[in-house]
Ligand binder design. Structure first.
Ligand code: NAI
Length: 330
């Protein structure tokens, strides 16, 4: 039996984790879940929101499914998500964005992938108060990390039958940092003559995405633009409740939804488990459990097609009712 780390998160994390584990079990696939807690709740007992045991568990099992963990705004501990990505060098954040059945959105044929650099940029968290009225945040862009993520994007395109990779930057203003990212993209692109390339400024990209997202295929972005643009693209297919993602490194992969811990609906049996379930489906494909992945995806799509939806998608189903409906469609 395969052991997989499950970081069950906080807020709605435990609810959607329970739903996904129940669905996978009902599909007939036995997984030995190594359940790891992290976040604010473990600080009291272990003195840190991300104990070493969590990192060790992912290192050992190589694969993790992760529910969201709350990050305090403005003060408090550094994001567990950012720390985990850094500790395991999960340098590529991949967020496929494709319409789901029976979820009406402005565009019906969105099929793009956001590949976001995960380790540097303003996310490096290098900040200082210069004086009491001035704060500096340092944007770090390196050639090695930029080339690595661009190579990942081109390889992803090749392996997934995609024809174009578009580099997103603001190199007209940040000529050195974003300029280096763009230069790295152009260098890497030379090795992939079979894939078309495009370059776009991030502000123009946002405008074009809301006008016609079908023009885009694979997007590769530095960390902060990737963060923002992937929420925008999540909105194009029905919102955060259905947007999946994965953080991939050389040795390990952590599959986690785009959305956060949704404290506003915590414990109310309202959370949509779809995004985490889609992450689990991708995770199962990643480890070669394709038939179970397909079975679960079919059951999910059938459930949505039967108009069983949670409140975020305009439906009436609770988390439990939605989970049971997916199970009955397996
Ligand atoms: P959020 O994604 O938690 O919530 C935004 C809105 O979407 C809320 O109205 C929420 O109810 C709704 N929503 C999100 N996921 C949903 C789901 N599965 N089903 C139904 N409705 C859903 O974003 P917010 O409020 O900005 O962040 C809350 C906390 O989550 C913060 O502490 C943030 O730092 C953290 N966060 C953690 C992430 C992670 O662990 N990977 C990612 C993003 C945010």
């Amino acid at each position: 039996m395969r052991t997989i780390t499950l970081i069950n998160g906080d807020g709605i994390g435990p609810e959607i984790s329970a739903s996904v584990m129940k669905i996978i079990k009902a599909s007939g696939l036995e997984i030995d879940w190594d359940i790891q807690t992290a976040g604010a709740d473990v600080i009291k007992s272990e003195g840190t929101p991300l104990p070493e045991r969590v990192i060790q568990s992912v290192r050992k099992n190589k694969i993790a499914l992760k529910a969201p963990v709350t990050t305090p705004i403005g003060k408090g501990f550094r994001s567990v998500n950012v720390q985990l990505r850094k500790a395991l060098d999960l340098y590529a954040n991949v967020r496929p964005c494709k319409n789901l059945p029976n979820i009406k959105t402005r565009f019906s044929d969105v099929d793009l992938v956001v590949v976001r650099e995960n380790t540097e940029d303003l996310y490096a968290g290098v900040e200082e108060m210069v004086d009491e009225n001035t704060a500096h945040s340092i944007k770090i862009i390196t050639r090695s990390a930029s080339e690595r993520i661009c190579k990942f994007a081109f390889e992803y395109a090749l392996n997934n039958g995609r024809g174009e990779v578009c580099a997103v930057s603001k190199a007209n203003i940040m000529k050195l940092s974003d300029g280096l990212f763009l230069e790295s993209f152009r260098d890497v692109a030379k090795n992939y003559p079979q894939i078309k390339t495009k370059e776009i400024l991030v502000d123009n990209l946002c405008m074009q995405l809301v006008q016609d997202p079908t023009k885009f295929d694979v997007l590769v972005l530095p960390n902060l633009y990737g963060d923002i643009v992937s929420d925008l693209t999540a909105g194009l297919i029905g919102g955060l409740g259905v947007a999946q993602g994965a953080n991939i490194g050389e040795d390990c992969a952590v599959f986690e939804p785009v959305h956060g811990s949704a404290p506003d609906i915590k414990g109310q049996n309202k959370a949509n488990p779809t995004a985490l379930l889609l992450c689990a489906v991708e995770m199962l494909k990643f480890i070669g459990e394709n038939s179970y992945a397909q079975k679960i995806e079919n059951a999910l799509f059938k459930t949505l097609s039967n108009n069983i939806k949670t409140a975020d998608l305009g439906g009436l189903a609770s988390t439990d009712e939605f989970t049971d409906a997916v199970i009955s469609n397996l």
